[in-house]
Design a protein around this ligand. Structure first.
Ligand SMILES: C[C@](O)(C(=O)O)[C@H](CC(=O)O)C(=O)O
Ligand SMILES: [Mg+2]
Length: 284
C-alpha cells in the first residue's frame, strides 16, 4: 500500500493542472485532489461525466511529471461498468494516481451537492469496487456514496459497509448536511473517512480541525483554488477590457519572478546553459 493512510489527518486542496499542483505542494500540502469539477471547469465543460479516461489520465501524468504531490484522482463513476472500472484503475494507477475515487451515481453524474441526482444499485457499485480491487496494485480505493441526498443517511451507512467489505480503503460520504450527520456517520462506519468541504453546496463551513475531531482522516477542498483563480481571472479580463491597461490591477498579479519560482524556471534555464557549454566545449 502507499503511505496516504500513514498520516493521522490530511487536508487536501483541489488541483487541476501542473501549476496548481506545484503551488499546492509549495504551500506545504502533501496530497492534492484532482477534482473532476475543477478539471472540467478549466476545460470549459460541466461536471457531468463528459470527459474521457484518456483526458483524465493525461492530467494525472502532467501533474506527476512536474510535482511529487500525492494525487487523489476523482474518477467519477469509473468510466463505465465493472469491466471498464478495472481498466480505469489500471490506467490511472500507471499514470501516477495514489488514490482513486469512484462514486455510486447514475450517468450522467453531476456534482454531489446538486439536487436531482440518482444512484445505482449498491450491488452494482460493489461489483465496480471488486473490479477496482483486482486491478490496483498500490493505489487506494475511495468509494464515494451519494446516497445521503437520494435515499438518506442510513442507506449511505449501509452502502459504506458493503463497499468496505468489497475492498474499498476509504469511504467518502457525499453531501452530508450537518456536523451531527458527520458525527453519526463516523460513529457507524469503522473505516478511514474522507469529508468533502466544498463551498456553495450542502455542507456548512466546518474546519479541518473540526473534521479531525469528528473522526475523519481526510478533508478535501476540491474546487476552492479553482474558484479563487476563476474570480481573479474574471476581474483581470474585465479590467483589461474596460481600462485597456493592467496598471490598476498590477498588485493583484503574481509577479514574473514568483511565477517562475513556482515552475522552477531556473532549473531549466541552467540546464540550457550547460547544454550550450557542452556544445562550445565540443567546438560546435
Ligand atoms: C468533489 C467533487 O466531486 C469534485 O469534482 O471536485 C464535486 C465538488 C463540487 O462540485 O463542488 C462534488 O461532486 O462534490
Ligand atoms: Mg467530482
Amino acid at each position: 500500500m502507499n503511505d496516504l493512510l500513514d498520516y493521522d489527518f490530511l487536508t487536501v486542496p483541489g488541483i487541476f493542472n501542473g501549476f496548481s499542483a506545484r503551488l499546492a505542494r509549495q504551500s506545504g500540502f502533501i496530497a492534492g485532489y484532482l477534482s473532476g469539477g475543477a478539471l472540467t471547469s478549466s476545460m470549459g465543460l460541466p461536471d457531468l461525466g463528459l470527459i474521457s479516461l484518456t483526458e483524465l489520465e493525461n492530467s494525472v501524468r502532467i501533474i506527476k511529471e512536474v510535482s511529487d504531490i500525492k494525487i487523489i484522482v476523482d474518477a467519477d463513476t469509473g468510466f463505465g461498468e465493472a469491466l471498464s472500472v478495472y481498466r480505469t484503475f489500471k490506467v490511472l494507477e500507471r499514470a501516477g494516481a495514489d488514490a482513486i475515487q469512484i462514486e455510486d451515481q447514475k450517468m450522467p453524474k453531476r456534482c454531489g451537492h446538486l439536487d436531482g441526482k440518482e444512484i445505482i444499485d449498491a450491488s452494482n457499485m460493489v461489483e465496480k469496487i471488486k473490479a477496482a480491487d483486482m486491478a490496483r496494485k498500490n493505489a487506494l480505493i475511495i468509494a464515494r456514496t451519494d446516497a445521503r441526498g437520494v435515499t438518506g443517511i442510513d442507506d449511505a451507512i449501509e452502502r459504506a459497509k458493503m463497499y468496505i467489505e468489497a475492498g474499498a480503503d476509504i469511504i467518502f460520504p457525499e453531501a452530508l448536511k450537518t456536523k451531527d450527520e458527520f458525527r453519526y456517520f463516523s460513529s457507524m462506519v469503522k473505516a478511514p473517512l474522507l469529508a468533502n468541504m466544498t463551498e456553495f453546496g450542502k455542507t456548512p463551513f466546518i474546519t479541518a480541525d473540526e473534521f479531525k475531531k469528528l473522526g475523519y482522516r481526510f478533508v478535501i477542498f476540491p474546487v476552492t483554488a479553482f474558484r479563487a483563480a476563476a474570480l481573479a481571472m474574471k476581474r483581470c479580463y474585465e479590467a483589461l477590457y474596460n481600462d485597456g491597461t493592467q496598471k490598476n490591477i498590477i498588485n493583484d498579479l503574481m509577479t514574473r519572478s514568483d511565477q517562475y519560482k513556482v515552475i522552477n524556471y531556473d532549473f531549466y534555464a541552467n540546464m540550457d546553459g550547460k547544454i550550450a557549454d557542452w556544445r562550445h566545449a565540443n567546438g560546435r
